[in-house]
Design a protein around this ligand. Structure first.
Ligand code: CP3
Length: 343
């Protein structure tokens, strides 16, 4: 039994004293104790060493006491396991020196035995569960197939992922084969993560909002739906699509336990589009954490009142930025813990 089960109860839609809170990308980035580890070990060493990954996962919990932890890892461990080279260049981000651009490239992508290729992730989960000592739940995650395709084809981050979209629109057959291979790998991977001990999984569709509503259904959503169908009996699934408010109505009927919302969609609109019955997660503008702590607290209280305290998980609308002040992050978490529903 997990002692603080606010997060799991909110995922079930149960009534809670206050909503749970965690922050996307809370593990790493802005914490000085993370920067110390970062100085000594490169990115994938941190991901692949269970002692380091578990330590980084619990660092923000020790400091701020969030209601859920998210495993330190990356969405790009999936293409790596599929035989695609992935580097993490300091001050640049992901770099894939041999991007997937042709049918032949797609044929060379493997669907690996995730139990072997990603064993280090399950070891990290086990080490983290020991450190968390059943105090709070642990979230596992994966990128959406579309978001993974974006990196595999583009080869790096991008403002518009033009090469990824060009590939899909000029060679849809190969694109769908690649998306299906990523989906099959991701389903097996997330199931193994649940078996190793994560209590919920989140699918990050960070670049879903690059697609038009019609293309979103074809190139992104249908694959996320496959993941939800395969996982929902095993663990609650949170689907987060950045810039994907236009698909919230479809998402609400998917069997996901909760939907992530970014800050460009108001609470009222998100509730309206999803029919008012599904748990929502979000949606504080990550740059609003630059505001003074007192102002952050007021804005968070207002946000909770707008979403309502039930069927709601307080979070940012996207990942926390590396240059956010420690007191500002604290104000965000504290405001939720101090929340009292208006009488
Ligand atoms: O949420 C957490 O704290 C868990 C850890 C986590 C990381 N990446 C660690 C990381 C999670 C959930 C991710 C997911 C991820 N990775 C996404 C989806 C979420 C999102 O923000 O949209 C994406 C698109 C990636 C790909 C990726 N990894 C990028 C674009 C970068 C470079 C830029 C950056 O800092 O985000 C990474 C590297 C990365 N992944 C870092 C961390 C802490 C920073 C680099 C480092 O520590 O050396």
């Amino acid at each position: 039994m997990i002692k603080n089960d606010l997060f799991l109860r909110a995922l079930k839609g149960e009534t809670v004293e206050r909503p749970p809170v965690w922050m996307m990308r809370q593990a790493g980035r802005y914490l000085p104790e993370f920067q110390e580890i970062k100085k000594k070990y490169d990115f994938f060493t941190r991901c692949q060493t269970p002692e380091l990954a578990s330590e980084i996962t619990v660092q923000p919990i020790r400091r701020y006491g969030m209601d859920a932890a998210i495993l330190f890892s990356d969405i790009l461990v999936i293409p790596q396991a599929m035989n695609i080279d992935v580097e993490m260049k300091p001050n640049f981000g992901p770099y894939l020196p041999n991007p997937v651009r042709t049918q032949k490239d797609v044929d060379n992508v493997i669907v690996p035995d995730v139990n072997v290729a990603l064993d280090y992730v399950y070891q990290a989960i086990k080490a983290t569960k020991e450190k968390l000592n059943d105090e709070i739940p642990l979230i596992g995650f994966a990128g959406s197939p579309w978001t993974i395709l974006c990196y595999c084809v583009q080869g790096q981050g991008s403002k518009n992922f033009d090469k990824a979209k060009e590939f899909c629109f000029t060679n849809p057959i190969a694109a769908h084969q690649l998306l299906q291979k990523i989906t099959d790998t991701t389903i097996a991977y997330l199931k193994a993560k649940v078996a190793a001990g994560v209590n919920a999984v989140q699918v990050f569709d960070s670049w879903g909002g690059m697609l038009s509503p019609v293309d979103y259904q074809e190139f992104s959503w249908q694959y996320i739906q496959q993941i939800i169908d395969a996982l929902k009996e095993h663990a609650p699934v949170i689907a987060f699509g950045k810039g994907c408010w236009f698909a919230l109505d479809t998402m609400a009927k998917s069997g996901a336990a909760a939907l992530g919302v970014d800050w460009t969609c108001s609470a009222r609109n998100a509730r309206y589009l999803t029919g008012g019955n599904i748990t929502l997660q979000g949606n504080f503008d990550p740059t609003r954490l630059f505001s003074p702590p007192a102002e952050i607290k007021k804005m968070v209280t207002k946000m909770i009142n707008e979403f309502g305290k039930d069927k709601y998980i307080v979070n940012l609308g996207h990942g926390i930025l590396p240059n956010i002040g420690l007191d500002n992050a604290k104000a965000f978490i504290d405001a939720v813990k101090e929340y009292k529903a208006p009488s």
